[in-house]
Ligand binder design. Structure first.
Ligand code: HAM
Length: 422
């Protein structure tokens, strides 16, 4: 009997890992250059953290959470996203006393019980940032520019930035009224989920992916037309800062985002290559969330990028991720008696920081050479009884066959210099 990975999960195999590692390294670098510091939060939280944080009317909370009872009878949930956990941590660890803006970034896996489609998984990965304590639009533009910097440095082009404002609770009241009025005579022809949404939060109707509902939702009023003066000024501020940074964007009044915590700015980076609605990354402002989760009143803004979707985009743009080989020398062994010596030489070279491999399976000399060649290891040294007596080895550069001989007892540092210079 063999097993397969659960539906919606996948292995990240060694052949794919350099892309992941490069993305992780560049994302950490860019975040650090912007003054963001990494936070690591638990994989699961008390279920209420997400019910409160993400919002009871969202599809994520209503249908997609991996919730279970632990052995102590507590309800726990695997994180469906990072923001709620980061906010919980920000409050619990008293971070509001730190100088604002408190800027955090994370690289996490997340879990949603979703219908499988291209670019949609049940376990997926997010790179995200959250910034607390700054209410103006400049920081919204700052985190958007951080993403643009990340895409640039990874060699990604052609993603489109779409922005919108979904206002504050004050201007939203008038908008909800307009939505209720608009849907009142249509809701009976819409799906059962939308009927539920109509009662709980009419804006969530705009998330519906059913065709019969789409006919109506595409004609529904948009929040942008209902913004109060303060929200309008905020949105204008975002647009003019993006203009100043020469970051191109489209205003898309249709963006509402699928999570309940957003206020004012919302944005997405989209592409035609990544399947499900084409969203690589989504984010926005959540000025009421910290307070709603029991903290003081502190504004926040952030985003999360789907790493699988980002890498899918990179591959469709033919971005290469090859990293230089880490293993620099292959120590080929000629006899059983010299196997331990090969391992000792390899051990000494690794102590000096030189990546090194030797045979561990008793392979013939020929197949060892074949292996080293195939693995693209740039230098090979052959060790047999003669080398054991002379304590010298000839280091062969595979690209041109040139050789230099070194003592492996006294010349390790020279070997290192030779390898690094060639
Ligand atoms: P989200 O839009 O739910 O926002 O997710 C962000 C990104 O995660 C999406 O744009 C997508 O690339 C990726 N993603 C979401 N679900 C899946 C899935 N099932 N499979 C593959 N990728 C997926 C959030 O999670 C917010 N916490 C973002 C945020 C942070 N807003 C403010 N701060």
């Amino acid at each position: 009997m063999t097993y397969s990975a659960p539906k919606g999960t996948k292995d990240i195999l060694p052949d794919e890992i350099s892309a992941w590692q490069k993305a992780e390294r560049v994302f950490s670098e860019v975040c650090s250059e912007y003054g963001f510091r990494e936070i690591r939060i638990p994989t699961f939280e008390h279920t209420e953290v997400f019910q409160k944080g993400v919002g009871g009317s969202t599809d994520v909370v209503r249908k997609e959470m991996y919730t279970f009872q632990d052995k102590g009878g507590r309800s726990m949930t695997l994180r469906p996203e990072g923001t709620a956990g980061v906010v919980r941590s920000y409050i619990e660890n008293g971070m509001s006393s730190l100088p604002a803006p408190v800027r955090l970034f994370y690289m996490i896996n997340a879990f949603r019980y979703e219908k499988m489609q291209k670019g949609r998984y049940r376990e997926f990965h997010q790179f995200g940032v959250e910034a607390f304590g700054s209410a103006g639009p400049n920081i919204d533009a700052e985190i958007i520019s951080l993403l643009v910097m990340f895409f640039d440095r990874m060699g990604i082009r052609e993603t489109r930035l779409c922005i919108n404002s979904i206002g504050c609770p004050e201007c939203r009241a008038a908008y909800y009224e307009a939505l209720n009025e608009f849907f009142a005579d249509k809701i009976s022809g819409m799906c059962p989920d939308c009927n539920e949404r109509f009662k709980q939060n009419p804006m969530r109707i705009l998330d519906c992916k059913e065709e019969r509902c789409g006919v109506f939702t595409s004609r529904a009023p948009r929040q942008l037309a209902f913004l109060c003066e303060n929200c309008k000024t905020h949105f204008d501020g975002l647009k003019s800062t993006l203009d100043a940074l020469s970051i191109a964007y489209t205003v898309d009044p249709g963006i509402v985002r699928g999570l309940d915590y957003y206020t004012r700015t919302v944005f997405e980076f989209v592409s035609d290559h990544v399947g499900t609605q084409g969203t690589i990354c989504g984010g926005g402002r959540y000025d009421k969330l910290v307070e709603m989760m029991g903290g003081t009143s502190v504004p926040g803004v952030g985003f999360a990028m789907g790493v699988e979707r980002f890498l899918m985009e990179a591959s469709s743009q033919n971005v290469a991720f090859s990293e230089p080989a880490t293993v620099k020398i292959y120590i080929a062994n000629l006899t059983e008696e010299t196997a331990a010596l090969c391992q000792r030489i390899a051990f000494s070279l690794r102590r000096l920081g030189i990546g090194c491999e030797t045979d561990l399976t008793g392979r013939s000399f020929r197949s060892q050479m074949k292996y080293a060649n195939k693995a693209g290891i740039p230098f090979v040294a052959v060790i047999g009884p003669d080398e054991a007596v002379s304590a010298k080895m000839a280091l062969k550069r595979m690209s041109d066959g040139s050789e230099m001989t070194f003592s492996f007892e006294t010349n390790m540092a020279e070997i290192k210099r030779h390898i690094l210079n060639n």
